[in-house]
Design a protein around this ligand. Structure first.
Ligand code: CA
Length: 421
């Protein structure tokens, strides 16, 4: 059944939620009685997909191996391919839609399948084999170039021709709620001649969106721009924690090594490309024209509102409001460029967008930019100030797409920064 905007659910009125019946995201959760397994979510209810499979609700979807619903990652499920995973989304929406009684009349099945989200312990939704971080926001790249390089030549000559990225560290990607200790490393202050060892003083967040790959490609295979989006299963919010002082000493303008790999945090629910399709918009005009292999017409950016909040323990402070639509390079262009040399992709691989800064000072996606390298401290509601993240601050990022008819959200990604161990 088609998931239309006027669909409602018998489960709950979730119109105001990030997770209406139009969303049907996928995640991995355990409960106090069950091991980690695939879940979806409507409103404040978790939906146990293994229990749905147990009760035969997926029997007519022509899925050869129902074991995908009993794994502790979604990799095998995603590997079924979009035609099948979309059928699963639609089947869930059908079963939970207002007038459907297949599940609603089955008290025993409802008890097994439906949980309160408060009962769910969310886990990493996929095993991330490889992780790549792009640098796709022109506002962010310009800001950082101005601060650390030459204000007149903030962008390197390649920036408008290549979606710049680096190969990151997948082992340190963790689920929302995981606290991260301030990292140790080598830093050098401007007025010191030699580097010293110690805890980073300049821990920062980077507001990014990550996309999860849904198709395997072979070494040597490219991904043409016209079907690049078919290779993307869905998206999560991605907080690319960054130790600015470690980064700055590692490489100019900012290193992608130990200043990054002490923790990156993602939101637990993968929102599918299909759920977001009505929020596609055109990206910024690309001038100069990109090379033909990166050219695409039409709508390839997503209008997703992004917020960052800092909970100091004494006050909650919204410090940034940005939007994914500002990205100069689309996800399709990032992925096509990533594979242009024949680099192979695996299901579950993750690509992050790079910090998504907007054009205004309140839309910058990192403390580095918001407090402009420490020169413009942000005032918190409790009277304290921040130039970077302090111990025991919790960084919370939210993302949602909204129009007059429907809201499709991601929930949030939350991370508390603890003192160095
Ligand atoms: Ca980044």
């Amino acid at each position: 059944m088609q998931i239309t905007n006027n669909l409602t659910s018998w489960l709950e009125d979730s119109k105001e939620s990030d997770f209406p019946i139009q969303n049907i995201p996928f995640g991995i959760a355990s409960t106090k009685d069950t091991a980690a397994r695939p879940f979806s979510r409507i409103g404040d209810h978790g939906i146990d997909l293994a229990a749905m499979a147990d009760h035969g609700f997926f029997d007519n979807l022509e899925i050869d191996d129902l074991n995908v619903f009993y794994q502790d990652t979604l990799n095998d499920f995603i590997s079924l391919g979009k035609p099948t995973t979309n059928k699963v989304r639609e089947r869930i929406a059908e079963l939970f839609s207002k007038d459907n009684i297949e599940l609603n009349d089955n008290v025993e099945a409802k008890k097994a399948i439906i949980f309160s989200v408060d009962e769910l312990i969310m886990a990493m939704p996929v095993h991330v084999g490889d992780y790549t971080d792009f640098y796709s926001s022109i506002e962010h790249a310009t800001n950082v170039g101005m601060m650390f390089r030459d204000p007149d030549k903030a962008l390197l000559p390649n920036w408008k021709h290549i979606p710049v990225g680096y190969h990151g560290r997948s082992s340190s990607i963790v689920i929302s709620g995981t606290p991260i200790h301030r990292p140790y490393g080598q830093t050098k202050k401007n007025d010191e001649e030699l580097p010293s060892y110690g805890a980073s003083r300049l821990v920062d967040f980077e507001l990014e969106m990550g996309f999860v790959l849904g198709k395997q490609t072979q070494l040597g295979e490219q991904i043409p721009i016209d079907n690049a989006e078919d290779h993307i299963f869905g998206l999560v919010i991605f907080n690319d924690l960054s130790a600015r002082d470690i980064q700055k000493w590692e490489y100019v303008p900012l290193g992608p090594f130990l200043g990054k790999s002490f923790g990156s945090v993602i939101s637990p629910w993968i929102v599918t490309m299909e759920a977001l399709s009505q929020f596609k918009v055109k990206g910024p005009v690309q001038e100069p024209k990109v090379l033909p292999y990166l050219e695409h017409d039409g709508k390839h950016n997503l209008d997703v509102e992004l917020e960052v909040h800092i909970n100091t323990g004494k006050s909650m402070n919204k410090v940034c409001h940005s939007n994914m639509k500002y990205l100069y390079w689309s996800m399709a262009q990032q992925l096509t460029h990533h594979a242009v040399n024949g680099c192979n992709m695996n299901v579950g691989d993750m690509c992050a967008s790079g910090t998504i800064s907007g054009p205004t000072e309140d839309s910058y996606g990192s403390m580095l930019e918001l407090a402009w390298k420490g020169t413009k401290p942000l005032k918190m509601q409790d009277g304290s100030e921040r130039t970077f993240i302090q111990d025991n601050d919790t960084v919370i990022m939210k993302a949602y797409a909204q129009n007059d008819e429907v809201r499709i959200g991601f929930g949030d990604v939350s991370c508390k920064i603890l003192a160095a161990k």
